[in-house]
Each structure stands twice: as structure tokens, then as C-alpha cells.
Design a protein around this ligand. Structure first.
Ligand code: UD1
Length: 418
């Protein structure tokens, strides 16, 4: 097991550079198999989720040439075999191979995906989309078998706004015959990324970033080059850390409009920032911070992934704050550990109530999932003494070089294998 140890209480100054978007990358890699020509993707984050997708590419006999932060994917000699369960269950995004394999071969066989345990996370909307395109779906235990004689464009209304379903349906529809329309589509920046990537390969997708996406099927996709956008969640996490213990900490390589909702909440709380074209500096104003109410929502609302790290900031503001989670049923596992560190948080139904400010004191806590882990890191940085975070593998799934990045701005943090 990997463990992160932090000696809290240090002021962080200088700048942290944000890596490429995890969630975009995890959709781009499966999307690359829709052609049999080479796709070159740059600014790929070096995280274990990316490694896991590379294992799946290896299962499929796809050649990958990986160098620092870039990847050339060549699916010319690809074989449509069943992806090993121990590979697909390492991460949620493995399910994008369902859409991509179906789109390329009219057939996909895969086990139910893994990922953070933050709720039931059904995939009914993905399957509904595949069926509308003409796929027949059968189950063999935990395995899905998707097969179509041919995929034909269809009108698909998503009952739930889902990032994963929107992307998966795009992947399956991009080479289908005719036009597919996705109504009530998710609008997250990752959807724009995947659509731009596919359009660079010759796809005809319009409306990405709005709730209606049209995909005109094409016969052939060709080679392309693409640079992944910065990770909005990683950026937001470091900005919150800057608000907690920064001394004018600068977070570089940011697309500020991707984190508008979070920046507004910071302002409401009383944290001042300087927002540049591609950076955010958290200003050291020593202003008194006050409580706020947060409700997670689909983009462009307050992103669910950030409610956990943001809660740490709310333990340090004056008065009462609430955080209501509306996307996932089980995203409050960090609360017991924040309380162990000294926070005063209660959870009822889907709302956490935080009374602040409370002094945090280091102890042993666990990273129960990726963003809960990020919350533990943020808390450890301000806690007095030593915080030990077990199950730190979860954190490395999504934060590239988190220990190195925080060390470079003055944190006392290390990672150990125990
Ligand atoms: C993606 C992100 C995750 C982020 C989430 C919401 C990746 C790898 N993960 O997850 O970090 O927190 O978007 O922004 O990109 N749902 C259904 N049926 C479905 C699909 C989803 O009911 O078929 C529900 C889910 O259970 C959840 C909600 O819809 O309650 C949103 O899920 P979705 O947007 O699909 O999240 P993911 O794509 O899994």
C-alpha cells in the first residue's frame, strides 16, 4: 500500500503547473482506436489511470509509443478480444472501450467497469444509447456482450445528464450510418475535447458543449494530433490548497472558465484571486472568511469532484456552511476522516453541514476515493503535526506528481510504500 505523510503548517509559495485533463485523456485513448491510423496525443498526465488504459490497449494488440506526456497510438494490428477483467475493473473509464469497440467492429465484450466507489453508478443510459443505435446487449454474469449487424444513427434522449453516457454514445455513433442526435447531453469540457479530437480525425460532430449533440456518421477516420486541455479538477484542487495555506500561490496552465463556479464560490467565501488568461493566483489578503452553501451540479455548475477538497476550506471559515451532493449518492466518505482531524461536520441525507473554523491536528486517515484523497492532502497541509494518508494509490490515479508539485512550493510531504 502507498502512504502519503505530510507535516502540516507550512506556507506554500511559488507556482504549480497543472497537467493535462485526466477525464479527457481517459476518453481520448479509447477514442483513438476508432481509426486504424496513428493518433498522437500530447499533454497526457502521467497517472496510474492512464497506465491502466495502456494495459487495455495492450490486451487489444494496439501499439503504443509513450514518451513523457505524449502518446502515439497505432491500432493498425488491433484485435477485438475480451478485455481482461482485472484491467477493466481498475477504472471507470474502461467503459469507453464499449462505445469505441462497438463503433469500430459492431461488437464489444467487456466486464462491468470499476472506478471510485462513490455511488451505484449504473450504465443504463450508455446501454440505452447503444441499443438505440442498433446493438443487441446480453449479459453473461458480470460481462456485457454488445453486438450489432450495423449501427444506424438514432435520436437519443438521456434521462440522466451523464458525462460517460454522452461520450460513449458519441464513440459508438461516429462511424454509424446516418445522423445521431443526443438530447439532454452533458456539457462538460471533456465532451468538447473528445468531439474536437474525433473531428480532427474526420468525424462530423456538432453541438458538443451544448445539450444537443449531432453526430453525422462517417466511413473512415484518419490520423490526427491533439493536445489535452489542462485538468480543471487538479487546477481547482491546488487553488483550494492555495486558499488554505498559500502565500500568493500561483496555479498555472488553467482555463479559468472551466472552473467559473468554483471561483465564484471562493469569492463568496472571501478568498481573493487574480485570474489571468491561463493562471489563477490565490492572493494572500488575510481577509476574514465566511461560510457558504454549495450544491453540486452538472457543468457549468459546481463540480461534484470538488466538493470534497472544498469542504476542507469550509472547515476554516467562520460560521456554518453546507455542501449538498446531487450527483453521486455516496460522496461523503471523507467526512469521517476530516472529523478525525478535528473538523466539525455532520451529514444528513445528502447534505454536509460544516461548522468552522476548527483547528486540524494530524492523525492517520485514509483516501477512500480519488477526490476524498485530495481532500486529505489539503487537510494534512494545514493540520498541526503529521498526517498519514493510507490507500494513497487512489490519489495517484488522478494527480500527476502530486508529491513533487507540492514539495516544489514548500510542502513537507512524502510518499512511502508500506
Ligand atoms: C464522470 C467523471 C467523474 C465526475 C462525473 C460527474 C470520468 C472518468 N469520471 O463520471 O470524475 O465526477 O463525470 O461530472 O470522466 N448515471 C446513471 N446512468 C448512467 C450513467 C450515469 O444513472 O447510465 C448517473 C450516475 O450514477 C450519476 C450521474 O448519472 O449519478 C452522473 O454520472 P456521469 O456523469 O455518468 O459520471 P461518470 O461519467 O461516471
Amino acid at each position: 500500500m502507498k502512504v502519503i505523510e505530510i507535516e502540516g503548517g507550512r506556507k506554500l509559495s511559488g507556482s504549480i503547473r497543472v497537467s493535462g485533463s485526466k477525464n479527457a485523456t481517459l476518453a481520448l485513448i479509447p477514442a483513438a482506436i476508432l481509426t486504424d491510423e496513428e493518433a498522437t496525443i500530447c499533454n497526457i498526465p502521467e497517472i496510474t489511470d492512464t497506465d491502466a488504459l495502456c494495459d487495455i490497449l495492450a490486451d487489444l494488440n494496439v501499439k503504443v509509443n509513450r514518451s513523457t506526456e505524449s502518446m502515439v497510438i497505432n491500432p493498425k494490428d488491433m484485435k477485438n478480444v475480451v478485455i481482461a477483467e482485472e484491467h477493466s475493473n481498475k477504472l471507470r473509464a474502461s467503459y469507453y472501450f464499449m462505445g469505441a469497440l462497438l463503433g469500430r467492429y459492431n461488437k464489444a465484450e467487456m466486464y462491468f467497469p470499476g472506478g471510485c466507489s462513490i455511488g451505484a453508478r449504473p450504465i443504463d443510459q450508455h446501454l440505452k444509447g447503444f441499443e438505440a443505435l442498433g446493438a443487441k446487449i446480453t449479459n453473461e454474469g458480470n460481462k456485457y456482450i454488445l453486438e450489432a449487424k450495423e449501427l444506424k444513427g438514432a435520436n437519443i434522449y438521456l434521462d440522466v445528464v451523464s458525462v460517460g453516457a454522452t461520450i460513449n454514445i458519441i464513440l459508438a455513433a461516429v462511424r454509424a450510418k446516418g445522423i445521431t442526435t443526443i438530447e439532454n447531453a452533458a456539457k462538460e469540457p471533456e465532451i468538447v475535447c473528445v468531439s474536437t479530437f474525433l473531428n480532427n480525425m474526420g468525424a462530423k460532430i456538432t453541438g458538443a458543449g451544448t445539450s444537443t449533440i449531432k453526430i453525422e456518421g462517417v466511413d473512415h477516420l484518419h490520423k490526427c494530433f491533439y493536445e489535452v486541455v489542462p485538468d480543471r479538477i487538479e487546477a481547482a484542487t491546488y487553488i483550494v490548497i492555495g486558499a488554505l495555506c498559500g502565500d500568493n500561490l500561483k496555479v498555472d496552465n488553467v482555463i479559468p472558465e472551466h472552473i467559473d463556479a468554483m471561483l465564484s464560490k471562493l469569492e463568496e467565501v472571501g478568498v481573493e484571486t487574480e485570474v489571468g488568461v491561463d493562471y489563477v493566483t490565490v492572493l494572500n489578503t488575510n481577509k476574514e472568511l465566511k461560510g457558504t452553501k454549495i450544491k453540486t451540479a452538472v457543468y457549468p455548475g459546481f463540480v461534484t469532484d470538488m466538493q470534497q477538497p472544498f469542504t476542507v476550506l469550509l472547515t476554516q471559515v467562520n460560521g456554518k456552511s453546507t455542501v449538498t451532493e446531487t450527483i453521486f449518492e455516496n460522496r461523503f466518505k471523507h467526512v469521517q476522516y476530516l472529523n478525525a482531524l478535528g473538523a466539525n461536520i455532520t451529514v444528513e441525507n445528502q447534505t454536509a453541514t460544516i461548522i468552522g473554523p476548527t483547528k486540524l491536528k494530524g492523525t492517520e486517515v485514509a483516501a477512500t476515493d480519488l477526490r476524498a484523497g485530495a481532500a486529505m492532502v489539503a487537510a494534512g497541509l494545514i493540520a498541526e503535526g503529521k498526517t498519514t494518508i493510507t490507500n494513497a494509490e487512489h490519489i495517484l490515479r488522478g494527480y500527476e506528481q502530486i508529491v513533487e508539485k507540492l514539495t516544489s512550493v514548500g510542502a513537507k510531504i512524502k510518499i512511502l510504500e508500506v
